[in-house]
Write a protein that binds this ligand. Structure first.
Ligand code: C2E
Ligand code: MG
Ligand code: MG
Ligand code: MG
Length: 276
């Protein structure tokens, strides 16, 4: 809900910050403060293997808190971080935090669980990104296969050859690469042929409409079929009901993520979730 009103005066309306309008400057200040005071936290949402019911991966979702401990949603602060350039520092923080978590899970039941982090397109413009990610994994003694990256279609397709080359290097090294919110961007299936990706994550809006709408159902089915033919795994986002769970299973989706199975949770709740 960002409203552009000239330079540096985007307004955000969020119920998380006392139901008031937050200006771009305020939000930038909140973000800087959260970085300095370490008021950032990763939450984790498991991805369920629909055939086995097991969990081999989870998505890391960033949470930012004000000094008063009020959460600010990524939909509000990520666009501000991107516009202000803070996204690079935040992206580094997320990468480090994910690696620390992977290290902490070593020797526990979560040892085999991959963590997928979200990347902003702006991070991909850093031509040292691939080196930086691989070096960070090494620094923590982790295998590249323990980490995944999620990028949206537009971010990947909009990238130039060098940016795509970076993703290629990362994929070749074993980092898992997913296209996030698939179906909402340019959606040209032709691009899939040349993009270095491992998984497609079907945007949750398709699933929500597929319940009443035949054409959305047909699109989902087509994405799954094409994905499989290209050797990609297909993840569906936003499963909230049993009906949706049955639908995505019948459509042949490989993995699912959604409130039905688990909401994003702090790392300390993951072992209990896995055990049940
Ligand atoms: P996303 O990557 O598509 O993440 C999925 C979003 O869907 C998350 O929202 C998650 O909480 C939500 N979700 C999961 N299951 C369900 C469900 O069953 N129903 C509904 N209605 N929602 C569900 P969240 O955590 O608010 O994140 C929003 C977006 O912010 C993310 O979308 C991602 O694009 C961005 N984001 C989050 N963390 C980061 C980060 O560390 N870096 C960057 N660059 N972006 C991030
Ligand atoms: Mg994502
Ligand atoms: Mg998504
Ligand atoms: Mg997204």
């Amino acid at each position: 809900q960002a409203k552009e009103k000239g330079k540096n005066s985007i307004c955000f309306y969020t119920s998380d910050i006392n139901d008031r309008l937050v200006h771009y400057q305020d939000m930038t200040a909140i973000l800087r403060r959260a970085i300095a005071a370490d008021h950032l936290q990763l939450y984790f949402q498991p991805q369920i293997d629909l055939k086995s019911g097991g969990i081999q991966s989870c998505e890391a979702l960033l949470r930012c808190f004000t000094d008063e401990g009020k959460p600010v949603l990524p939909a509000i602060f990520i666009p501000v971080a991107e516009k202000s350039g803070l996204i690079n520092r935040i992206g580094d923080w997320v990468l480090e935090a994910a690696c620390k978590q992977l290290k902490a899970w070593q020797g526990t039941a979560l040892e085999q669980t991959r963590i997928d982090i979200n990347l902003s397109g702006r991070q991909l413009t850093n031509l040292h990104l691939a080196d930086h990610i691989l070096q960070t994994l090494k620094k923590y003694g982790l295998e590249p296969g323990q980490l995944g990256l999620e990028l949206t279609e537009n971010e990947v397709i909009g990238g130039d050859n060098e940016q795509i080359g970076q993703l290629e290097r990362l994929k070749q090294a074993g980092v898992h690469i997913s296209i996030d919110d698939f179906g909402t961007g340019y959606s040209s299936l032709v691009y899939l042929r040349k993009l270095p990706v491992c998984s497609l994550k079907i945007d949750r809006s398709f699933l929500h409409h597929a319940m009443e709408n035949e054409s959305d159902m047909a699109i989902m089915q087509a994405i799954i079929t094409v994905g499989h033919r290209l050797g990609l795994s297909v993840v569906v986002e936003g499963v909230e009901t049993q009906e949706q769970d049955s639908l995505v299973k019948s459509l042949g989706c490989d993995l699912a993520q959604g409130f039905l199975y688990a909401r994003p949770m702090p790392a300390n709740q993951m072992p209990a979730f896995l055990a049940q």
